[in-house]
Design a protein around this ligand. Structure first.
Ligand code: G4P
Length: 531
C-alpha cells in the first residue's frame, strides 16, 4: 500500500483535561468502541490519585502502568487511531506539553459543572502555539451542570477560540437523555451503560418524526426549539477553520454513561487531520515524503531496574520506519538499527516490522536518546517545536555520600535526559541546580537516584523563581553580563547560558537594563539559531 494511503487512514491525537473532568473515562470508552478492550475498568489510569498527590511511591507504581497506556492504538471505522496519553497531574505539565508536539489534534474534555478550569486554559495556550486543531467534549451532562449556551460562551471567552456545537444535549442532570447530532442531522439514542457498549435502541433522522415522542416523552418540542436557535446563532461547521486551529467543534455527553461518545469518536475520525508535516531547523518535512524521519518526544526509563534499559517514544513524521534498517541519529552523527521496535495495541506491547507517519514506536535504548532527538535516512536536520519550558522551582542538588558522586552525576544526567526535570550547572559543573515545573518532581528524583543509582542526595531550596536562556549577537556582551551577574548565571546541559531571576520584577528590570541580550522562555531558540 502506498504511503499516502497509510497516512490517510491515521489519526494521532491526545485527550487532555483539567484533572477529574473525565479524560480517563473517555479514553476507556474510545477503546471499548474500538474493540480494543471488552469491559470498562480494564485500562488503569496513569493519573496520580487525588489521595496520593504527594506520594511518590504511588508515582513509581503508576510508572509501570503508564508505559502500557502511553500510546493506545485501535481501529475505528477503518481508521487507525493513535491515542497518546498525557499525565493529568499539574506537576507533570511539561510531559503533557511535549506529548502535544507529537499529535496532530487534541480532544479537550470539560466538566459541565466546573466549566473551563485553570489547566484547561494553559493547555489551550500550548495548542495555540502550534495551531493544533482542538475538539471540545463537554462531559458529565448527567449532572446538574451549567447551561449549554453559557458553556459555549465561556469556551469562546476563556479559550479564545470560535466554537461550533456539533451535538446538542437533550436536557441535563437526572433527565439527560442523550445528544442530537447536529453534524449528521440525526438522533441515536442509547441505553446508559457504564461498562459495555450497547447497540443503539433507536435511530431517528427527522426531528419532526412523530415517533420521537415515544422516546423523548415531551422533551422533543424543546429540542426542536434549541436546534432552531443553535443553527441560527452558530455558522455551519467549517473544516478548514478547524484544521487551522481557529474553530473548535463542540460535543456534549456523559462519558461514564456512553452518551455522546460515539458521535464524538465518529466525527473526530471523519474530520480530524491525517498526520501533518513538521518544521525542522532547515526546512519543513511533509508527511508524504518518501524518506523516513521522526523525533523522540518521551523517554520512559528503567522498565526493568536490573537492566538500565529505557524506551524512547519516536513519532514518525515521514516515510516508512522499518525494523532492522539503519537510521541516522542526527545529534550523535551515527547510524542505529532497531531489532525490537514496539507498538502499542491498547495495553499489549508488540514488536512491529514497519510503521508510518503518525505512528509512535517504542525503541529500546541504553542511553543514546534524549528528548528532541531526530532520526532520518541521512539528512541533517532537527525537528523543532519540542521545547524545554522555563522551569519555575529551583533547588540545589547536594550529594550526601562523597563515595557515590559518579553515580549521582550519571543518575541526574539520565533522569534529566528523560525530561523529568532540567539540569543547570554552576561553577564548572560542581554546583548542580535542578529546575522543574512542579514540586513533586523533586521527590521523584531523590527517590529514583537512590533506588536506581544508589546515590543519596538531598535538595536545598533556592530563591530563584524564573529561568531563561540568553543569547546576544556579540558574545562579549554575554561574557560581561555573566561576570556581573555571576550568582544568577548557570549553563544548561548543552552549555547554553541561563539566567536565574529571584522574581518576575527582577527579571523585567534585568531585561529592561540589558536590551542587547535576548531572553528566551523556551529552549526553542536553539533550533532557531541554526537557521
Ligand atoms: P480524569 O482522567 O480527567 O482525571 O478523570 P476521570 O475519567 O478519572 O473521571 C473523574 C471522575 O469523574 C471519576 O469519578 C469518574 O467516574 C467521573 N466521571 C467521568 N465521566 C463522568 C460522567 O459522564 N458523569 C459523571 N457523573 N461522572 C463522570 P471518581 O469518583 O473520581 O472515580 P471513580 O471511583 O468513579 O473511578
Amino acid at each position: 500500500m502506498s504511503i499516502i494511503k497509510e497516512i490517510k487512514k491515521r489519526r494521532t491525537l491526545a485527550i487532555i483535561s483539567h484533572p477529574d473532568a473525565g479524560k480517563t473515562t473517555l479514553t476507556e470508552k474510545f477503546l471499548l468502541f474500538g474493540g480494543a478492550i471488552q469491559v470498562a475498568g480494564a485500562v488503569k489510569s496513569n493519573k496520580i490519585k487525588k489521595t496520593a498527590a504527594s506520594d511518590f511511591m504511588e508515582i513509581e507504581r503508576q510508572r509501570g502502568i503508564s508505559v502500557a497506556t502511553s500510546v493506545m492504538t485501535f481501529e475505528h471505522n477503518n481508521t487507525i487511531i493513535n491515542l497518546l496519553d498525557t499525565p493529568g497531574h499539574k506537576d507533570f505539565a511539561e510531559d503533557t506539553y511535549r506529548t502535544l508536539t507529537a499529535v496532530d489534534s487534541v480532544i479537550m474534555v470539560i466538566d459541565c459543572v466546573k466549566g473551563v478550569e485553570e489547566q484547561t486554559e494553559r493547555l489551550m495556550e500550548v495548542c495555540r502555539m502550534r495551531n493544533t486543531p482542538v475538539t471540545v467534549f463537554i462531559n458529565k451532562m448527567d449532572r446538574e451542570g451549567r447551561d449549554p449556551i453559557d458553556l459555549l460562551d465561556e469556551l469562546e471567552e476563556k479559550l479564545i477560540i470560535k466554537v461550533c456545537p456539533l451535538t446538542w444535549p437533550i436536557n441535563k442532570g437526572a433527565t439527560f437523555r442523550g445528544v442530537y447530532n447536529i453534524y449528521k442531522k440525526n438522533l441515536d439514542l442509547f441505553k446508559a451503560n457504564k461498562t459495555k457498549i450497547e447497540d443503539d435502541i433507536v435511530s431517528i433522522s427527522d426531528l419532526n418524526d412523530p415517533e420521537i415522542a415515544n422516546y423523548l416523552y415531551g422533551d422533543e418540542e424543546k429540542l426542536r426549539e434549541d436546534i432552531d436557535l443553535i443553527t441560527g446563532v452558530y455558522d455551519k461547521f467549517n473544516r478548514e477553520e478547524y484544521l487551522e486551529g481557529m474553530l473548535a467543534p463542540v460535543f456534549f455527553g456523559s462519558a461514564i454513561n456512553n452518551f455522546g461518545v460515539k458521535e464524538l469518536l465518529d466525527t473526530v475520525t471523519e474530520i480530524g487531520p491525517a498526520p501533518v508535516g513538521r518544521e525542522t531547523d532547515t526546512r519543513k518535512v511533509e508527511s508524504t515524503e518518501e524518506k523516513f524521519s521522526g523525533f523522540v518526544f518521551k523517554i520512559h526509563a528503567n522498565l526493568d531496574p536490573k537492566h538500565r534499559n529505557r524506551l524512547a517514544f519516536l513519532r514518525i513524521c515521514s516515510g516508512k520506519f522499518e525494523r532492522n534498517k539503519f537510521f541516522y541519529h542526527v545529534r550523535l552523527d551515527k547510524e542505529f538499527r532497531f531489532a525490537n521496535p514496539a507498538t502499542f495495541m491498547a495495553q499489549a506491547k508488540s514488536t512491529i516490522d514497519e510503521a508510518y507517519p503518525g505512528d509512535v514506536v517504542g525503541l529500546y535504548d541504553t542511553g543514546n536518546f534524549k528528548i528532541g532527538d531526530t532520526l532520518t535516512e541521512g539528512e541533517k536536520m532537527v525537528f523543532r517545536g519540542i521545547p524545554s519550558f522555563s522551569p519555575e522551582i529551583f533547588k540545589e542538588l547536594v550529594n550526601q555520600d562523597p563515595m557515590k558522586s559518579k553515580q549521582l552525576d550519571k543518575g541526574i544526567r539520565q533522569l534529566t535526559d528523560e525530561g523529568v526535570a532540567q539540569l543547570f550547572l554552576q561553577h564548572q559543573g560542581t554546583k548542580k541546580i535542578v529546575g522543574t515545573v512542579g514540586d513533586l518532581q523533586f521527590d521523584v528524583i531523590q527517590y529514583r537516584l537512590l533506588q536506581e543509582y544508589g546515590a543519596n542526595a538531598m535538595f536545598r531550596p533556592l530563591s530563584f523563581s524564573k529561568a531563561c536562556w540568553l543569547t546576544a549577537d556579540d558574545p562579549k556582551i554575554l561574557e560581561d553580563f555573566a561576570r556581573y551577574k555571576g550568582q544568577n548565571i548557570a549553563f544548561d546541559k548543552d552549555d547554553n547560558m541561563v539566567y536565574f531571576a529571584e522574581s518576575e520584577w527582577m527579571l523585567n528590570r534585568t531585561m529592561e537594563d540589558n536590551k542587547k541580550i535576548q531572553f528566551h522562555f523556551t529552549s526553542e531558540f536553539k533550533t532557531e539559531k541554526n537557521q
